[in-house]
Design a protein around this ligand. Structure first.
Ligand code: FRU
Length: 475
């Protein structure tokens, strides 16, 4: 697929001409009830997340006419409550020579009523190139907005020549924040030695940036790091990134690309920093490129892309003219052990239908529609069990290993596992074609797409000697 420039007018014309395609997408049986999904075509990373004057803006990498035409946009939805979403026309398109093959991923920084969007302008040359050390440009671009809908002229801030000399052409996905009264920008990078890192830049005015240092563990960890995020909760600092090229190690790093966080010790003054142990953000089949932002209430909120690039799974929605979605919104918090955890955003409780509850020792067996929330609380930690969900999902726990078996659920996913010493809580969100399983209040999460028949679905738990409670809510 050749990614070609397309301006707003051409978008509108192409969209009008493909009205039947858009309508076919809306009839797809896999369309979600409560997830952000592309109006048509392809969606990937969440971008530019922010809240302005009470309205949450969620942008995303969007290729509406995929696979027919390759033009990339920033798609755009807004919400005030995370229950009702409004679709808008794409926000950014490829209309300058610095982003002519796509406004790639980026993020939002707000100050004095202005939203500053920093993103990567992708340029791909036609010809015989390796596209790693040549054949492409990844430009850092700034565009501002006061309302999230109308945008300033784009301004080129940095080109590949402005990044450190040992970088390949892969430097992208800027995020900007303020520390110690100064501005900092991080970018994901691949060096010419094929080592992934996060580059740190500094600025006095958000426009002129100078390179400061790179965050990298002592031992190389993959060849490329995409989509970095920095966040600080209390005194805890974290760096998120998506490393590519980390070999599988038993049940660890089972997906083709990784996504996780490092605890960061750094005061943003000198050059000395420490990265702690890498913790995977997700243990399922379909999670990548998450972005975090702070809302007006001060909460750190995360959306992820519910897919992994190059995973090779089948996506039956393609036949219906669309593919991929974002996760549910999740709030980040730090638990007593200092671990960064994710919990479903409180607002999602408003989706709940009438509660049904019971005790595990009395058995859990019920019919269900595909859209539900299930909460299981185990007293004194769990012994072995099997939890059957929907048509063919088996979530089992034995000898300290929690396994999600999705063989037979459609889409080619198989088994993913996680060591959990003491399992005490599961909270499960099922939508038409997704499953998000929060383990122990979000210390770990399994996120996956699911393509079962959506008929005669059930929930059944063979709980053995387990004691505890369950709550079920139709959505
Ligand atoms: C991650 C990513 C980003 C890039 C974007 C392009 O999925 O590869 O690094 O900016 O997608 O769509």
């Amino acid at each position: 697929m050749v990614k070609s420039p397309m301006k707003k007018d051409a978008y509108r014309k192409n969209f009008q001409e493909r009205r039947d395609w858009y309508e076919r997408v809306q009839r797809s049986p896999f369309r979600f009830k409560y997830h952000i999904q592309p109006p048509m075509g392809w969606l990937n990373d969440p971008n530019g997340l922010c809240q302005k004057d009470g309205v949450y803006h969620i942008y995303f990498q969007y290729c509406p006419f995929y696979p027919e035409l390759g033009s990339i946009f920033w798609g755009h939805v807004t919400t005030k409550d995370f229950i009702h979403y409004e679709e808008h026309e794409p926000a950014l398109c490829s209309d300058t020579k610095w982003d002519c093959n796509g406004p790639y991923s980026g993020s939002a920084y707000q100050e004095d009523g202005v939203i500053y969007f920093f993103y990567t302008g992708n340029v791909r040359y036609e010809g015989d190139y390796n596209y790693v050390t040549d054949g492409r440009e990844q430009n850092t671009i700034l565009v501002t907005s006061e309302d999230g809908f109308t945008f300033s002229e784009k301004q080129l801030l940095m080109k590949n020549e402005d990044y450190p000399a040992d970088m390949s052409k892969h430097v992208r996905d800027p995020q900007v924040f303020r520390e110690n009264g100064r501005y900092f920008m991080i970018q994901g990078a691949r060096s010419i030695q094929d080592e992934g890192s996060i580059l740190l830049f500094e600025s006095e005015d958000l426009v002129h940036w100078s390179y400061k240092l790179r965050f990298q563990p002592e031992q190389p960890f993959g060849y490329m790091w995409e989509c970095p995020n920095y966040l600080k909760i209390g005194e805890h600092r974290f760096l998120f990134t998506c490393p590519q090229g980390v070999p599988r190690d038993g049940i660890e790093f089972a997906n083709v690309y990784q996504c996780g966080w490092f605890p960061l010790t750094y005061d943003f003054e000198g050059e000395d920093y420490e990265l702690g142990a890498f913790h995977s953000l997700d243990r399922g089949f379909d999670f990548y490129a998450p972005q975090v932002f702070r809302d007006e209430a001060g909460r750190w909120i995360l959306f992820g892309w519910m897919a992994v690039p190059d995973s090779g799974y089948e996506e039956p929605t393609l036949e219906d003219g669309w593919v991929h979605a974002l996760t549910i919104p999740r709030e980040l918090y730090v638990n007593e052990a200092g671990l960064l955890c994710q919990r479903p955003l409180k607002e999602l409780e408003k989706m709940r239908g009438e509660k049904v509850q019971g005790r595990l020792e009395e058995g859990l067996e019920r019919e269900t529609s595909p859209c539900f929330e299930l909460k299981i609380l185990m007293e004194e930690g769990a012994g072995a069990f099997e939890l059957h969900l929907r048509e063919a999902v088996v979530l089992s726990y034995e000898d300290g290993v929690l396994s999600l078996d999705m063989t037979g659920c459609g889409g080619g996913r198989t088994v993913r596992s996680l060591k959990v010493e003491k399992l005490w809580k599961l909270q499960i969100f099922s939508d038409t074609s997704s499953l998000e399983i929060f383990v122990n209040d979000g210390v770990d999460v399994f996120t996956s797409r699911i393509y079962d028949s959506m008929e005669d679905l059930e929930i059944r738990m063979d709980a053995g000697k387990l004691r505890g409670t369950w709550e079920y809510y139709p959505i």
